[in-house]
Design a protein around this ligand. Structure first.
Ligand SMILES: C[S@@+](CC[C@H](N)C(=O)[O-])C[C@H]1O[C@@H](n2cnc3c(N)ncnc32)[C@H](O)[C@@H]1O
Length: 239
């Protein structure tokens, strides 16, 4: 873990190996999001808004900071775009899907049109991932793409929840693992899954196990009572 004075030397990557941890106004930490190899460059995501988002949105965010990212995830996403055509879906669609899945999960059942579009997009993407990527490094790259479109996956999953509830847990686990693999953590996804557990849409014990590594990235190795206090503090600061 490194603190304020060193964090300004950390470069950006869309597949970072560390994440920011800010406590209060003054404390800024960079903490490892995965095991770091000796000599490996430490990177974080500079994208404060929607860091998990698809390539065009990440690129636009980084343009405002004055550079183009050439990390493996960006290069891969660019190379597969002409097959999946995911960027033909408008940016507002992603933003709305993200807002609904992150903050307004209560109303997810009322978004049939949006869910239909997201579902079609995801089917095309999954087809592309299965058929277009060489088998050698298929798994990791699939994870990156699922991370980029996690809000679409959530809407699609919840849309289908009543027809195939038994697979919801497995799909959710796959998605959380994909985001963890790519980014270390997404606080939005973490909060959403917790919300779904509270509402009884998915069951708690297995979810806790898959969320644990994300919680550790965001808040460190703290007991759940402290995590809750931190989360409550963050939410009350936003209100
Ligand atoms: C906080 S500094 C990072 C440390 C800086 N590279 C240095 O040597 O001091 C931020 C600047 O580093 C550059 N930078 C960081 N990540 C980059 C990346 N993935 N690709 C290109 N430039 C990057 C950009 O110019 C950015 O404005």
């Amino acid at each position: 873990m490194m603190t304020n004075s060193y964090t300004s030397f950390v470069n950006h990557s869309c597949v970072p190996n560390a994440c920011w941890m800010k406590i209060g106004e003054d404390a800024l930490f960079v903490r490892a999001a995965r095991h770091l190899r000796k000599g490996e460059e430490v990177t974080t995501s500079y994208l404060l808004r929607l860091p998990t988002a698809p390539l065009p949105m990440r690129a636009a965010g980084l343009r405002t900071l004055g550079f183009k990212c050439s990390c493996p995830r960006c290069l891969f996403e660019e190379s597969i775009e002409r097959f999946t055509e995911m960027s033909t879906l408008p940016e507002w669609l992603y933003i709305i899907a993200h807002q609904i899945s992150s903050y307004e999960a209560e109303s997810f059942m009322e978004c049939e049109m949006l869910q239909g579009i997201c579902g079609k997009g995801i089917k095309k993407l999954e087809w592309g991932l299965k058929n277009l990527i060489s088998l050698s490094d298929n798994e990791g790259k699939q994870q990156w793409m699922r991370c980029s479109f996690w809000a679409f996956y959530i809407l699609d999953m919840l849309d289908c929840a009543f027809q195939r509830r038994s697979t919801l847990m497995r799909d959710m686990e796959t998605l959380v693992r994909a985001v963890h693999h790519t980014m270390g953590a997404s606080e939005d996804l973490l909060l959403l899954v917790r919300k779904l557990v509270r509402r009884g849409v998915i069951q708690s014990p297995p979810v806790e196990a898959i969320l644990a590594p994300m919680s550790v990235c965001l808040y460190g190795k703290l007991p759940s009572s402290s995590l809750k206090k931190l989360n409550d503090l963050r939410i009350s600061m936003e209100e």
